[in-house]
Design a protein around this ligand. Structure first.
Ligand code: PLP
Length: 216
């Protein structure tokens, strides 16, 4: 089955209100072009250098989502074009994004990545750090627009655990939404767990291998 067919099947299976970020990391330009010509505009990358290279080559209409861990010193390379940064997990990164966005005369949309997984390997802040960032009135980021939350569930076969982790994030998202009307996006779910994520309230899924096939 082609990537276009897989994407169309995925779309048919999920509510129209859930957006799909096609995760194109490690995939060639031609693979992205194919989906772009079929109408897909949102693509996700986890490495800055790879995203910059693809941005430069591909149509400017494409919306680039940075979904992987982002180092402060690399923000400057993407600040002029990135559509949404999903993986903001500390204040100093937020400060750097604000600074670079200002230089590019932009306001950059960001999600705060929360660690709900039990594994040590997953990036993200805990709920206390999240509250600190949102509540500290001394912290001002005029060139950043915080638009929601993102998480990665534990890599496990235990679907109950995955469901509980998504539920936890959704509960916090709903309560924050009352205070922050800009909170519109809840980025959760990948190829292995997007069905559970959508059942638990995801508004944006990040799907790679189920569209493009396995990565090497
Ligand atoms: C690679 C990646 C995905 C997509 O993973 P698949 O299993 O290929 O769907 C989603 N989110 C993040 C943060 C990733 O790094």
């Amino acid at each position: 089955m082609s990537s276009i067919e897989k994407l169309n099947l995925l779309k048919a299976e999920i509510p129209a209100s859930v957006s799909i970020v096609a995760v194109s990391k490690t995939k060639p330009i031609s693979a992205i072009e194919t989906l772009y010509h079929a109408g897909q505009l949102d693509f996700g990358e986890n490495k800055v250098q790879e995203m910059v290279g693809k941005f430069e080559t591909l149509p400017k209409e494409i919306r680039w989502h940075l979904i992987g861990h982002l180092q402060r010193n690399k923000v400057k390379y993407i600040a002029n074009f990135v559509h949404l940064i999903h993986s903001v997990d500390n204040v100093s990164l937020l400060q750097e994004i604000d600074k670079q966005a200002k230089k590019s005369d932009r306001k950059i949309s960001c999600l705060l990545q929360v660690k709900v997984a039990k594994e040590d390997t997953k990036y993200g802040m805990n709920f206390e750090e999240l509250a600190d960032i949102l509540n500290d009135s001394n912290l001002k980021f005029p060139n950043v627009k915080l638009v929601g939350l993102m998480c990665m569930a534990t890599f496990t076969e235990d679907v109950n655990q995955i469901r509980q982790e998504f539920k936890t994030l959704k509960r916090h998202f709903d309560s924050l939404k009352k205070q922050y009307p800009d909170f519109k996006f809840l980025s959760m779910g990948m190829s292995s767990d997007y069905k559970i994520a959508i059942e638990e309230g995801s508004t944006m899924i990040r799907v790679g291998s189920s569209i493009f096939g396995e990565r090497n």
